[in-house]
Write a protein that binds this ligand. Sequence first.
Ligand SMILES: [Zn+2]
Ligand SMILES: [Zn+2]
Length: 488
Amino acid sequence: MTRRYALVVVAILAAGCSSAPPERQVVDDAAAALGGASRIQALTSLQITGSGSAPNAGQNRMPDDELPVWKVTEHTRAIDLANGRTRVQQFREAQFQFAGATTQRVTQGLDGVVAYNAAPDGTLTRAGEAAARDRRVELLHHPITVVRAALDPAAKLANPRAEGGMQLVDITTALGDTVTLAIDQSTHLPSRVVSMSDNANMGDVAIVTMFSDYEEVEGVKLPRKLTTMMDKYLQFDLQVSKNAVNGNVADLAAPDNVKSAPAPTPPPVVVTVEPVAKGIWWLAGSGNHRSVVFEFDDHLVLYEVPVNEARSKAVIDKARTLSPKPLTTAIVSHHHFDHSGGLRVAVAEDLTIVTHRANEAFFKDLLARPHTIVPDALQMNPKAAKFEWVDDQMTLKDKSMEVRLYHLLDNTREGTNIYAYVPRDRILVQADLYDASWNQHLWGENVLTNLSERKLRIDRDVPVHGVIEPFAQMVKTIKAKPTIAGTN
Ligand SMILES: [Zn+2]
Ligand SMILES: [Zn+2]
């Protein structure tokens, strides 16, 4: 070879390399590392079997404690790559004190843009649009599916960049879903997929799945470990026991009756009013999170702003119809996400937050977080929060009303829980201490000990979950039901 000819070859090779734009190069490199674009595009199916753990964010005893964990003993995901269908089946066991069924089987499917769920008896029903969107994006949290989606000529690739030993590229799929793919700078194997999502409590959160421990199966590289984080919390840690490709996946299509059914929309928020005693109202209605309004001389106080902004705003609006006195205060029973989902809207509505002092750092963080994906009232109209911290107890009292607040002590599940007692009417107002419909009352004896040590004389339980009951019935139910985990 002459020197001149060699230079020409080098020039052609260099031209060949630079012909792919850098965003495309990331995808091509990933495809090559995984076994080649044509091999990946020719795959018809994937079957992933394994086990792992799935922690429950926002349900720990104290805001900084370890999260309670579901142990996923069986996890099977079947993916029909050619038709954009998937089904995930899981069997999970609660590793924490849980009042509901401590073993659960979950089956969720996706057929194109139609999401569906399976009941324990196998009946399939259509799930809502939000579930379909979430599952479409979740399906992209795997090296093969994300690279296939990126190789689709209809996909848009953008913003190639280097970060922490990885090459990153943003991918907008043909269906309009956006994820970021990161590949390892040296091996070129996908190291993670990131998507942004809205969480009612935490606002904008990154969902990140990290891939590791790759193995080769029939000419393609597949990860044996997939670790998914939601923001700072571990969401699912999957250890794969078997990766299979091109196997016979069962028919994953949604049946015609599921496809033709309209996607269910979230049920409307309904707030009903039930007077409990003079100047005390129980706000129930849709869902199973109730609130209680107390009327003082010149203002109203609300116990509990639960679930999310929609529920809590409706409750706040309803409370304001009960009296011309201003609603000034929201007592937040504890930090669990379903009980603090209205924290931000309560601040946006100028309510002073009364809660246990141990929630301070956690609540201030929730109030400071951006909610740009689904802007909420506080995002659109930022306000400084006003807090009153409860330690062991606090009494709210004037000529019209006396409400005593107590911290629930030594409870294995509820570390920041504040319940209320109205001495005039002998009413207990509580969240998560007791619900008549629970399968078991694992911390019921602790609750009864708390109430008797505070020397409360209670006639009625006015709960956040469940129904108003005579206190004697509550005691009877706690004492009658088994208190051993797993009996449900
Ligand atoms: Zn709770
Ligand atoms: Zn609850």
